[in-house]
Design a protein around this ligand. Structure first.
Ligand code: GLA
Length: 424
């Protein structure tokens, strides 16, 4: 009995200290307002694109009706500039009454009715990055309670207008405060991005205990330069970053900007492929009301999503970075499968790249197949020494899903078996 009591107390202490909310066992997917819609609050002149409940309702409709939700894109996330400039008489955050006349709770209900989840944004500091009310240490508990009372499902906590010691105190405090509300609220921490993203200033073990995901590095912008810069940073620091990720705790290289203005078709395919290799959260920041079919196909590629969502949750890494500006990235997946991305940072013309798995020092199943996730073409009966050639366009990628040949045969047999059963 005594022992039981002691373990119960220990359990309570543990729960109080760590997030341990069971959420986001695979990288979260959804939509986030910031990169595309920023802090546009001019609803008089730009009613369709300003930060308002209408924008989030529109995106919820699109996610629910255009096939996104079924693929896993389930979060509709508010970013900065949603709040009124002043807290209410009880010190609580309130949504801007002109732009969110129904309030956040009603918006959460709208989103939930469509089978989606709602995320909100706050900032640990005196102000948000956009100058809206921040969450100072004395207000952490109150704000966690307010978000929970609005039935919010996720919080992105930014870190403008505070210093390092303030953040070191505040992020664990918010994690605990969210836990105490009793509502499962996923926690996205911008903390490491404000500390240079690397140890010793960043403690990834602690982050894994208190946050579900965290921004490590610079804000993404609508340009290939920005995407490349992010990819390079994650490659250069993979020794630190790769082990930090796992089910329930993800590195976040920031939003997908596919469907906007800055990326070519090849570059869009590269962003999606690399984000899948990196086990990155897939938060699109684009206009789902006007997105082209071509861009939707990239974002809705089932095989890529399956790779991103692999249950092992192992982040991939850059295997090699050649003088020819060709890189090979690899992610180990469950059931003896893997993803291999051959990525070009060249700027000349399509490049023929020949290699074999043994040359890449990858151990493979005895006989395997490699399927190009974008074209669907597959190479069969490969062995570890078999040479193969891929053609990569400038700033493009060839992404291969590699699986044992035997398994496919087995699957085909299973499918026949299932079909047979259906006929009976
Ligand atoms: C910071 C964050 C961005 C966004 C803006 C909002 O720059 O890194 O993702 O939330 O603040 O002001």
């Amino acid at each position: 009995m005594e022992l039981l009591l002691v373990s119960l107390v220990l359990l309570l202490v543990r729960c109080g200290q760590s997030l341990d909310n069971g959420l986001m066992r695979t990288p979260p997917m959804g939509w986030l307002a910031w990169e595309r819609f920023r802090c546009n609050i001019d609803c008089d002149n730009d009613p369709e694109n300003c930060i308002s409940e209408r924008l989030f309702m529109d995106m919820a409709d699109r996610l629910a009706e255009d096939g996104w939700k079924e693929l896993g894109y389930q979060y509709v996330n508010i970013d900065d500039c949603w709040a009124a400039k002043k807290r209410d008489s009880l010190g609580r955050l309130v949504a801007d009454p002109q732009r969110f006349p129904s309030g956040i709770k009603a918006l959460a209900q709208y989103v939930h009715l469509r089978g989606l989840k709602l995320g909100i944004y706050g900032d640990l500091g005196t102000k948000t990055c956009g100058g809206y009310p921040g969450t100072t240490l004395d207000l952490v508990e109150l704000d966690a309670h307010t978000f929970a009372s609005w039935d919010v499902d996720m919080l992105k906590l930014d870190g403008c207008y505070s210093n390092s010691s303030y953040k070191a105190e505040g992020y664990p405090l918010m994690s605990m405060a969210l836990n105490i509300t009793g509502r499962p609220i996923a926690f996205s921490c911008s903390w490491p991005a404000y500390e240079g993203g690397l140890p010793p200033r960043v403690n990834y073990t602690l982050l894994g205990e208190i946050c579900n995901l965290w921004r490590n590095y610079d804000d993404i912008q609508d340009s290939w330069d920005s995407v490349r810069n992010i990819i390079n940073w994650y490659g250069n620091h993979q020794q630190v970053l790769q082990p930090a990720a796992g089910p329930g705790r993800w590195n976040d290289p920031d939003m997908l900007i596919i469907g906007n203005f800055g990326l070519s078709y090849e570059q869009s395919k590269s962003q999606m492929a690399l984000w899948a290799i990196l086990a990155a959260p897939l938060f699109m920041s684009n206009d789902l009301r006007t997105i082209s079919k071509k861009d939707s196909y990239i974002l809705q590629n089932k095989l890529l999503i399956m790779i991103n969502q692999d249950p092992l949750g192992l982040q991939g890494h850059r295997l090699l970075k050649g003088k020819d500006n060709i890189e090979v990235w690899m992610r180990e997946l469950s059931s003896e499968t893997m993803a291999l991305a051959v990525f070009s940072q060249r700027t000349d013309m399509p490049y023929h790249y020949s290699t074999s798995f043994s040359q890449l020092n990858i151990t493979t199943p005895e006989v395997f197949s490699a399927m190009d996730v974008y074209s669907g073409e597959a190479l069969h009966n490969l062995e570890v020494d078999t040479k193969f050639t891929v053609t990569i366009n400038p700033s493009g990628v060839v992404m291969l899903y590699v699986y044992p040949e035997k398994r496919l045969e087995l699957n085909a047999r299973n499918r026949r078996h299932e079909a047979g059963q259906l006929l009976l």
